[in-house]
Design a protein around this ligand. Structure first.
Ligand code: HEC
Ligand code: HEC
Length: 292
């Protein structure tokens, strides 16, 4: 588009070029119709074709002239009103971009009312509405399924299952909102460097039989792990420390995986979804889908 030309120089150049070609065109038209009459001896030099066909210079019909004049006046008026002359925006200040923006604003407004309505519904009302829950599924597939899986059951022991009963960070609507809006950064330290290999193996084995309080690893657990995971192993939603006493695992509950967790630590990151990625209505729909 002309208006996007990088410098005033090119814009000026286009303006000059446009004006010069318009003026030339006008001159050509005028000279055809209003040329001085042919010189008297001109006829003598006109070649004659095919016996009686003369190459004359009689003017084309006059209605052509009016048509051409009309077209030129039209281009001048057009260039005054609309962008087309270099970076001159035209008197009407019209542009495709602006037109797009204004129709987008109308579009936004018509949906704003509906969005505000959804954002003010109760979770139960949203959950009872089939169409809204279908929308929630679509939002989930678009924004979340890459990590949590299309069905929300998690993936590759790296992204948590969102359909099980276990919530690392809590499953209340408020806690879910905090998880989504703020994101979550879990930090499970690498333990082996701190407690040594022997204690690491002992506590890993203890996790496999958590109820056996006589286990040699229990003492290590109470000293190093209970602060976050709880004396009873129920976890802590404020730290995102998962329940270790049940049978659901984020990274895995077999001895090898537990040892990897203890040796290397775990830093799960749930990204934050601000207003631009999930507006209030979309957030309400997603929470209605996840909260139970
Ligand atoms: C500072 C708090 C903190 C302490 C202390 C702590 N953990 Fe953790 N632990 C976490 C957090 C947070 C996670 C979740 C990590 C994630 O989501 O990426 C976690 C995750 C785990 C997991 C993975 C669970 C799963 O479902 O896959 C195991 C196993 C574990 N911890 C065992 C231990 C053991 C054993 C100790 C003691 C030696 C310990 N933790 C001490 C915070 C802690
Ligand atoms: C880039 C990958 C990624 C995307 C995209 C993502 N998540 Fe997560 N999410 C994670 C990870 C990793 C965790 C685990 C964080 C941890 O270890 O504590 C998580 C944790 C969560 C939790 C906490 C689970 C619990 O047990 O407390 C919820 C709820 C959640 N995600 C919902 C969503 C929703 C809803 C979306 C889409 C709007 C989404 N996530 C998009 C990676 C992702």
């Amino acid at each position: 588009m002309m208006a996007d030309l990088p410098t005033g120089f090119w814009s000026g150049w286009v303006v000059v070029l446009t004006c010069v070609s318009l003026a030339t065109l006008a001159w050509v038209v005028l000279s055809v119709y209003f040329a001085p009459p042919d010189k008297p001896d001109a006829e003598a030099h006109d070649p004659v074709w095919d016996g009686d066909l003369r190459e004359g210079s009689s003017a084309p019909p006059l209605w052509w002239f009016w048509m051409l004049l009309g077209a030129m006046v039209f281009s001048l008026v057009y260039l005054m009103l609309y962008p087309g002359l270099g970076s001159f925006e035209g008197l009407l200040n019209w542009s495709q971009g602006k037109r797009l923006v204004s129709s987008y604003e109308i579009y936004e407004e018509s949906f704003d009312a509906r969005r505000a309505e959804i954002a003010n519904l109760s979770l139960a009302e949203v959950q009872a509405d089939r169409a809204l829950m279908d929308t929630a599924d679509r939002i989930f597939r678009r924004e979340c399924s890459a990590c949590h899986g299309v069905d929300g059951r998690g993936q590759a022991n790296l992204f948590p299952n969102l359909l099980d009963v276990d919530w690392q960070w809590g499953g209340s609507p408020e806690q879910l909102e905090q998880t989504l809006r703020g994101g979550r950064n879990a930090n499970m330290p690498a333990w082996e460097a701190i407690i040594g290999e022997e204690n690491t193996v002992a506590v890993a084995n203890y996790l496999l039989e958590f109820d056996n309080r006589e286990h040699a690893g229990r003492a290590v657990y109470e000293q190093s792990c209970a602060a976050c995971h709880g004396v009873d192993g129920a976890g802590n939603v404020f730290l995102g420390a998962p329940n270790l006493a049940d049978n659901t695992w984020l990274y895995g509950g077999d001895l090898d995986t537990i040892l990897v967790t203890l040796r290397e630590g775990r830093q799960g990151k749930m990204p934050a979804f601000d207003e631009r990625r999930l507006d209030a209505a979309q957030l309400k729909l997603i929470i209605a889908k996840l909260a139970r």
